[in-house]
Design a protein around this ligand. Sequence first.
Ligand code: SAM
Ligand code: F3S
Length: 455
Amino acid sequence: MAQKLYIKTFGCQMNEYDSARIADALALSHDLELTTQAEEADVLLLNTCSVREKAQEKVFSHLGRWRQWKSRRPDLVLGVGGCVASQEGDAIRQRAPYVDIVFGPQTLHRLPGMLDEVRRKQLPVIDISFPEIEKFDCLPEPRAQGPTAYVSVMEGCSKYCTFCVVPYTRGEEVSRPLDDVISEVASLARQNVREVTLLGQNVNAYCGRMGEDGESDLALLIEYLTAIDGIDRIRFTTSHPREFGPSLIKAYKDIAALASHVHLPVQSGSDRILTQMKRGHTVLEYKSTIRQIRVARPGISISSDFIIGFPGETDADFLATMSLIDELEFDHSYSFIYSPRPGTPAAGMPDDVPHEVKQLRLKQLQTRISELAAAYSQAMVGSVQHVLVEGISRKSEQQLTGRTSNNRSVNFTGPQDLIGNFVDIEITEALPNSLRGVMLQNHHNTLVNQSVNWS
Ligand code: SAM
Ligand code: F3S
């Protein structure tokens, strides 16, 4: 019987993508079968995130549980990868010496070899080096898990915002060559993928080698990808405001396949705080970018990330963030209380905002964002949305679930053979986290792609 692999993933979509690739690699090399039941696994991996402290602490509570299992089954192999491993590899070995493998975001393709070594030598293996883009050359072709897929196009970050660990854990920005990305997306399209999300910590900094001595930016990459048969919708995340240049803005005008949603983290609406954060742009510049995107693609949904309680944030700074939210009418967004990260410049700044104040500000901001998002959803009631049917709804076997261009989940009644197709749905109801709708009748039988089998 095949041995089983369990992977617990924390953090961003990059980590989800990495975990999927780890599963592909270990399936090929060791015939390991992925399971969602940690108790039945022979190899247990944690793919970690260290962007905020909370995520980091979860690593050790998981390891504590797995340690007990290992004391009963010494043949279990435990591994820790991702950003915590990258930053604290040695600390993990000290705090949890029973861990067999420590690997970083750039060395996950070496896992098959590391697993062999652990089993052969019965000694722990650690590899958290940064061998640049080598991993993509060593990983097998991705296996599609449904009609949507993530594709990593660049790694790392060279922006060094004062609060962020990513440049230290994932290294500097490196882009995959254009041809590699195209062939990965073409392979996914052959497996009936219809929508891809291009991933990178600063995905719009993409600058991939093209041919012998050319370079492609993100807009050109997107243009090439739209030419691939079957790929009908493209998203990308996460972008940095500094690199949202004219070619990418123009893409929203020219490329219909580009989804009507941009996630563009601003972090704060105060120039003083943006400078302290070393974000490299002003509030006015950010607003100008958003205005241009909205001219290029009227009605586009814009979401953002906010950090609350950055060292020295005053009431006036916070109010500036709230006015920006009102002025730009952001859609669903992410907001976090500032978490000092060891080794980052901001960790040395006096953190003088009381925790209760940070919590109150966070609540106020989240309430406003939720009101705006609810208003957007409500305004969609009565409209017809082009929805990619992703699968059966989690709530009911009779319902299908899909996603609109502006990134909202829609549930509706329909036959399962529509999964993997685009259908037009009239939105009938807006709920807090999803929409309900009815399928326009003319669709069935004309759109169904009979060959699709999402087993
Ligand atoms: N590249 C993106 C950008 O342009 O900002 C951000 C990627 S970062 C890994 C994801 C989000 O985590 C950030 O936008 C920020 O809001 C949040 N984040 C990062 N470091 C943080 C910290 N020390 N405390 C709280 N939130 C943090
Ligand atoms: Fe982090 Fe700033 Fe880069 S938030 S990922 S250092 S753009």
